[in-house]
Design a protein around this ligand. Structure first.
Ligand code: ZN
Length: 214
């Protein structure tokens, strides 16, 4: 089999298996979605959102980009976030980085890669914010692993800076924000426990209130 033929063949088998196990599976999903989770992860092919989280169709709204960044001018990410929070009402938002991230490694190198350099500047900002800690780690692999973690922490912070999350916090049932790192070598997710004090320290500078325009 060539090209996309294996994919179509696998798809037919998968659909048959699902239908055999649960005849209403597809008709139920066709009625609409109410996912509990929003997953913001890296585009890396080794970090498939559903597979590593044991979630299935209907469970998770997904946005992926290079190095799982939350950029406050990214209309794509912001649209996904707004829809997930305000329309779908997701309960948990997961920013998921991964060790061995090529985007993070590229940002830490002093080389240009073309258009992507503008995107990677967001990770260089993470290095600048945490420069003392970053430069104090002498082992390169350990330094990059820590940068992956720091990048996730800063992206969760970036979520908390958006008016979408700030407005959600004023409701009775805001989504919880989580920062996780996936270890490709082990297949395991680690919770960085970002929520709480690390977000509270941003409050004075970034908290904004909705203005009623007359
Ligand atoms: Zn990556």
């Amino acid at each position: 089999m060539k090209g996309i033929e294996p994919i179509l063949e696998n798809n037919r088998k998968w659909a048959d298996t699902q239908r055999a196990a649960d005849p209403e599976f597809f008709t139920r999903l066709a009625d609409g979605q109410k996912p509990r989770y929003l997953f913001i992860g890296c585009s890396d092919s080794r970090v498939p959102a559903s597979a590593i989280t044991g979630t299935g169709p209907g469970d998770m709204f997904v946005h992926r980009n290079i190095a799982n960044l939350v950029v406050n001018t990214d209309l794509n990410l912001l649209s996904v976030l707004q829809y997930a929070v305000e329309v779908l009402g997701v309960q948990d938002i997961l920013v998921v980085g991964h060790y061995g991230c090529g985007g993070v490694a590229a940002a830490a190198a002093d080389k240009q890669y073309g258009l992507i350099d503008s995107w990677l500047t967001n990770i260089r900002d993470v290095i600048r914010i945490h420069e003392a800690e970053f430069t104090s780690i002498s082992d390169e692999q350990a330094r990059l692993r820590r940068l992956v973690e720091l990048n996730v922490i800063e992206q969760v912070r970036n979520l908390s800076k958006t008016s979408i999350i700030q407005n959600a916090w004023k409701t009775g049932n805001p989504p919880r924000l989580h920062g996780l790192v996936y270890d490709i070598k082990e297949g395991l997710l680690k919770d960085l426990q970002v929520e709480g004090s690390q977000l509270a320290e941003l409050k004075n500078v970034y908290t904004t209130n909705k203005v009623a325009h007359s």
